[in-house]
Design a protein around this ligand. Structure first.
Ligand SMILES: CC(=O)[C@@H](O)[C@H](O)COP(=O)(O)O
Length: 256
């Protein structure tokens, strides 16, 4: 996947929150084969000591970092958090979340577009966490975003792809824009389904971090993402309503 001029070979993006320990997180990152992990500035700056240890751990893993504005509920908060993250993590990439509603953690798409415009004008490479709404998607592209990250389902829900039709429409409408399903994926089969729809990558946190064996689950997601991507490249058959014999019969059997 080429995003903001950078080639990412792994199509699995991993969140770094909610792991039972730093060692488990490190094992999961390695098992996932990811090249890009998202980190929350708010979490890392909560305790200076812990923040520094976490940052040292991430740097040792040799992966690229995508700071996020998780937990921000206003444009101002998201923009300020992104600007601080740029200093702390020394990158102009930012996963932009502007949360609009507490029960579903649905994005505030109006605030998202506004914040995306401010940040791209300020030189950021914005990865917006959005819905599958095509109008919002157009506005985000016009605001300077070169990648879109629609939700699969609410963050942390593990529900999978709530609206495969909407995600399919988004893929068809933006054939050349890198698209990443972000949030709500609970199982490797959900990730494979996203890739089979033609998505370029998936971003997963909770389903790996909260698994009984996060490293094993990270490996399972890695395989699923590769399988789904390979299936998409292999041009899957179209489903049909009626049966179609898979063993065509020509002529009649010669029975004595
Ligand atoms: C960490 C992060 O970026 C999350 O906000 C992201 O949306 C992942 O969601 P899940 O935890 O549902 O995988």
């Amino acid at each position: 996947m080429l995003v903001y001029g950078t080639a990412l070979h792994s199509r699995l993006l991993l969140g770094t929150a909610l792991y039972p320990s730093p060692d488990v997180l490190a094992d999961a990152v390695r098992a996932s084969g990811t090249e890009l992990v998202t980190v929350s500035l708010r979490r890392e700056s909560a305790g200076m000591r812990a923040g520094q240890a976490f940052w040292t751990l991430i740097q040792g893993l040799g992966v690229r970092v995508l700071p996020n504005t998780a937990g921000c509920h206003s444009v101002r908060e998201a923009v300020t958090t992104a600007q601080m993250a740029r200093e702390v993590f020394a990158t102009d990439w930012v996963k932009l979340e502007v949360i609009g509603e507490g029960d579903t953690l649905a994005p505030d798409v109006f605030g998202l577009v506004e914040a995306a415009r401010i940040l791209t004008d300020d030189g950021f490479k914005v990865f917006p966490y959005t819905t599958e709404d095509l109008v919002v998607a157009e506005r985000l592209l016009r605001a300077g975003c070169e990648v879109l990250m629609p939700w699969g389902a609410p963050i942390g829900s593990g529900k999978g792809l709530n609206n495969p039709f909407g995600l399919r429409a988004m893929r068809a409408h933006f054939p050349d824009v890198p698209l990443v399903v972000d949030a709500g994926i609970g199982l490797p089969s959900h990730a494979a389904a996203a890739m089979e729809l033609g998505y370029d990558a998936v971003l997963i946190n909770t389903a790996v971090a909260q698994a009984g064996d996060p490293a094993a689950m990270a490996h399972a997601f890695r395989l699923a993402v590769e399988a789904g991507y390979a299936a998409r490249l292999a041009d899957p058959m179209e489903p049909r309503d009626m049966a179609s014999p898979s063993t065509p019969v020509l002529g009649q059997a010669m029975l004595a």
